[in-house]
Design a protein around this ligand. Structure first.
Ligand SMILES: NC(=O)c1ccc[n+]([C@@H]2O[C@H](COP(=O)([O-])OP(=O)(O)OC[C@H]3O[C@@H](n4cnc5c(N)ncnc54)[C@H](OP(=O)(O)O)[C@@H]3O)[C@@H](O)[C@H]2O)c1
Length: 226
């Protein structure tokens, strides 16, 4: 089988770093992005099969430069994983315009821009994925985490637009992936899943063949209602 190739945007630590290692261990060539120098990613990249690049999803010029540098690739998977929790003390009642802008740019608009700019690097029939969150499901919401939920629901909506207008016609599957609640800087030490458990599931989902549909899937393959 030809070597499978993936681009992961937001791979300096946490789930993105873990998935970079997991896919490389499974024989994939992984192009892994950091915003600034990541010692953890440099360490993982020593194992081989990993190429480190730089991008910030809120900096369009950096995304365009990355897409230009990688032009000519025919990737099997592009995953836009970057995300922030934002200032949890900000709710819809008291949020500042800056707080709203930061989380919407980082979790929704920036990832959508990144995904669309990287789409030409994907082979027809490949998979474009975004790390979203179950907290972005409107169907399941019981409130709380206002800005984070809003940003991930918005990301899901923008992903649907990319699918309908740009991905479907090329047979590209679009996955909005919930990694589970995971022990990372964001998830905290009391989360039920280790990074290894989450990324094993995510890698299985990314390795599977998917129809050209936009689906909201958890790390264990469970379908989540929008
Ligand atoms: N952990 C959970 O329980 C959980 C649950 C549901 C969904 N998620 C989602 O999973 C994804 C990864 O989360 P995590 O738990 O691994 O969080 P994390 O440990 O805080 O890592 C976040 C990653 O996103 C990168 N990032 C943040 N802002 C960025 C930007 N503007 N441009 C490029 N990269 C940026 C970070 O890079 P730097 O190192 O440069 O900051 C880091 O690599 C996020 O989208 C998150 O919302 C996590």
């Amino acid at each position: 089988m030809a070597e499978r190739r993936a681009l992961i945007i937001g791979a300096s630590r946490g789930i993105g770093l873990g998935l970079t290692r997991e896919l490389a261990d499974r024989g994939w060539h992984v192009i892994a992005s950091q915003r600034g120098p990541s010692e953890q990613l440099a360490e993982v990249a020593k194992g081989g099969r990993i190429e480190v690049v730089t991008a910030d999803v809120t900096d369009t010029a950096s995304l365009e430069a990355l897409a230009g540098a990688l032009a000519g690739n025919s990737l099997d998977v592009v995953l836009v994983n970057a995300g922030i929790m934002g200032d949890e003390s900000q709710t819809a009642d008291n949020a500042t315009a800056d707080g709203v802008a930061e989380i919407m740019m980082t979790n929704a608009v920036g990832p959508a821009r990144a995904g669309k700019l990287m789409l030409p690097l994907l082979r027809d029939g490949g998979t474009l994925a975004f790390t979203t969150s179950r907290l972005g499901s409107i169907a399941e919401s019981f409130g709380g985490f206002d800005l984070y939920r809003m940003s991930k629901a918005a990301q899901n909506m923008l992903a649907r637009g990319i699918f309908a207008r740009h991905a479907k016609e090329r047979g590209v599957a679009l996955l909005s992936l919930h990694p589970g609640w995971v022990q990372t800087d964001m998830g905290g030490p009391t989360a039920p899943l280790t990074v290894e458990q989450s990324v094993r599931g995510l890698a299985d989902v990314l390795e599977a063949k998917h129809p050209a549909e936009h689906r909201f899937l958890a790390y264990d393959g469970e379908e989540i209602p929008w």
